[in-house]
Design a protein around this ligand. Structure first.
Ligand code: SAM
Ligand code: SF4
Length: 341
């Protein structure tokens, strides 16, 4: 696809605050086989197919980011593993990892398709995945996700482990829903040899309940954890928002993602691209630049490189999510399933 010289392309992406952009979260679909109540409404209108980037366009976009210094790509969604022929893209990105032009291809998944796909993911070059799991109770799983798939997800996690994938479990902490179960989920992760990360719910997109009803500040759950484990701050960093603790007596870590109780934007190294090719420079802001038009232009390479410069030049310092007088502020109309987690 290059239609231009490489001197622009070799320029690493650096935002106005001096932060290097080395990590891309790429949403490959807005569709999903679950309907998590904090993420999607029960009845969603999904995007028409022509609006969604083809797999070839997603690869071209990924390669453009690699040219500009991106070293890690995480596929997300919607549910990335329900996108038709997604393994084609994962294999192509895996080939870049094998050639050394990319450090890592990974994904965030709800786990429902892992039973069938884990071996193929490993063969394609994936080594680590994040699996979202908010409860180990069959009934609660059906209530949260509006689908009866817990067993399928647990089998998927076992399949991933057997295939050799390192699995990290992500749990959104929800007051009045799974708050009392969080330490049990961590205990299960420890028994399974998995790292666990807890996430505060963020005000993204309209959902049936008021966000505040189920918002659980993670600062409030420390005492319950302190009763069961000794946690010590871990130097482990991914350049991402999670802060980690080593769980004494285990090989595992516990992560906290606290957009509301602790802003984590200072070291941000990432951008997000939707499956329609919109780049969002911050999950918590609405500013975006359309890369699809650039990709579909007559001079895709040059136009894309210019669009990337424009986008990164607008990367904001951070998000504005906060709790003020018991109300969540900084909310956005866009669902997490559009930009990917
Ligand atoms: N379907 C995949 C999954 O569930 O892992 C990938 C996409 S999902 C949008 C990515 C992550 O975002 C999941 O861990 C999910 O729990 C989280 N998430 C979705 N909506 C959220 C919200 N409003 N606040 C915080 N986390 C959210
Ligand atoms: Fe689907 Fe993931 Fe959103 Fe749940 S969190 S509805 S699994 S995209």
């Amino acid at each position: 696809m290059p239609d231009s010289t490489t001197h622009i392309a070799e320029k690493p992406l650096r935002d106005p605050f001096g932060r290097r952009i080395t990590y891309l979260r790429l949403s490959v679909t807005d569709r999903c086989d679950l309907r998590c109540s904090y993420c999607m409404a029960e009845h969603m209108t999904f995007l028409p197919k022509p609006d969604v980037l083809t797999l070839e366009e997603l690869l071209a976009l990924s390669e453009a980011f690699m040219e500009r210094g991106v070293r890690r790509i995480r596929l997300t969604g919607g549910e990335p593993l329900v996108r038709k022929n997604i393994l084609w893209l994962i294999r192509a990105l895996g080939d870049h990892v094998k050639r050394g032009t990319l450090d890592e291809v990974t994904l965030t998944t709800n786990g429902t398709q892992l039973g069938a796909m884990a071996d193929d993911l490993y063969a394609a070059g994936v080594r680590r995945i994040n699996v979202s799991l908010d409860t180990l109770s069959t009934d609660l799983f059906s209530q949260i996700t509006r689908r009866d798939r817990l067993e399928q997800v647990l089998e998927g996690i076992q399949a991933a482990k057997s295939a050799g994938l390192k699995v990290k479990v992500n749990t959104v902490a929800l007051k009045g829903i799974n708050a009392d179960e969080l330490t049990d989920i961590t205990a299960w992760c420890v028994a399974e040899g998995l790292d666990h990360t807890l996430i505060e719910t963020m005000p993204l997109g309209e959902v049936e309940d008021a966000r505040e009803d189920h918002y659980l500040p993670l600062t409030t759950i420390f005492p319950a954890y302190a009763e069961r484990w000794q946690l010590s701050p871990s130097p482990h960093r991914t350049g991402g928002p999670a802060r980690y603790f080593d769980i004494k007596g285990t090989e595992n870590r516990l992560g906290f993602i606290t957009p509301l109780t602790g802003n984590f934007c200072d070291g941000c190294n990432r951008v997000r691209v939707t499956c329609t090719g919109r780049i969002y420079m911050c999950l918590g802001q609405d500013d975006h630049v359309d890369l699809r038009a650039a990709l579909r232009s007559d001079t895709p390479h040059t136009t894309l490189m210019n669009a990337l410069d424009r986008a990164i030049g607008q990367k904001p310092k951070g998000h504005d999510f906060a709790m003020e007088d018991g109300r969540m502020v900084g909310s956005l109309g866009r669902h997490m399933s559009q930009t990917g987690g």
